[in-house]
Design a protein around this ligand. Sequence first.
Ligand SMILES: Nc1nc2c(ncn2[C@@H]2O[C@H](COP(=O)(O)OP(=O)(O)OP(=O)(O)O)[C@@H](O)[C@H]2O)c(=O)[nH]1
Length: 331
Amino acid sequence: MDRISATILTGFLGSGKTTLLNTLLEASPGERIFVIVNEYGEVGIDGKLIVETQDDVVELNNGCICCTVRGDLIAAMQGLLASGRAVDRIIIETSGLADPAPVIQSFMLDEVLRQRIQLDAIVTVVDARHVADQLALDEAREQICFADVLLLNKIDLVDEASLAATQDMLHRLNPLARIIRTHTCDVPRAAVLDLRAFDLRNVLAIDPDILADHAHEHDESIGCVALRERVPLDPAAFNIWLNRLVQAAGKDLFRIKGVLNFADEPRRYVFHGVHMTLEGRPGRVWRAGETRLSEIVFIGRNLDAEMLRHGLDACRQEPAVERAARAALAG
Ligand SMILES: Nc1nc2c(ncn2[C@@H]2O[C@H](COP(=O)(O)OP(=O)(O)OP(=O)(O)O)[C@@H](O)[C@H]2O)c(=O)[nH]1
């Protein structure tokens, strides 16, 4: 029986993993792809931002796939195999804080998974603008070291000299990986799928202990705050707040992302922040019967949950009656 090909997409927070996943799904019409998406926070945003296809998407939230939800990853794949459903491939998007070693280990240690699934390649997306700072964290370095393919992404945000220096640095960290420069992870699928590139011998050379089931810890100062708000938000107030926040704390704010319910706006508003870089745009229309809810996730160092909650509270759109009364007083 042919083994099912599995690809692991990894890379630090905000590097472009979901962008790559969407590119691959859109480039694979007719393929039955089983997608597993892992997010660090208790609120999953990525699941809402994946292109709508026929593919199955399993979300593993509220923990890192390399530690707390690793059992769920194994269970998801075992469940797929036990169901007997036909799938052409599996793609796993890890959280941006995941250490790939324990994820690789999951494929190696479980007998059934080893027999039925072929780990094809580890594809790591690298943020050309932020990678130098991110390398202070072990997880970011490991993601690069374990890669079979490195996508040096966001090349539009840096100049050629800086790109060349980053490419040299990536090559020194991982001389075996193929490095491809990308804008919005725009690569032909043949550059990242069906490569047969994963080789346990290379992995053992990096981490001879990988097959031992050892404990794994993240830097404890790094955490996640997830906020939900049902009252529609005032877009102007939200913009001002968010810009002030990243000006003040952008260095420690690794990632912000959200789907927002702006007042008087029929569409969802999707926004992304990576340190000081902010980007937002209207998404699809809120559907009839769908709960209009703003959901925001912050991931960073020493986050102050109370301060963030208060900041968001202040962006709530006042009810029309109060707004009119205030305007009347002002006028
Ligand atoms: N300027 C620029 N922005 C990009 C590029 N690729 C992706 N982005 C933006 O970077 C942000 C993060 O992209 P995602 O694909 O969500 O990154 P991710 O790695 O999945 O993020 P997490 O899962 O939260 O770790 C989004 O705003 C993207 O639109 C690129 O090549 N250039």
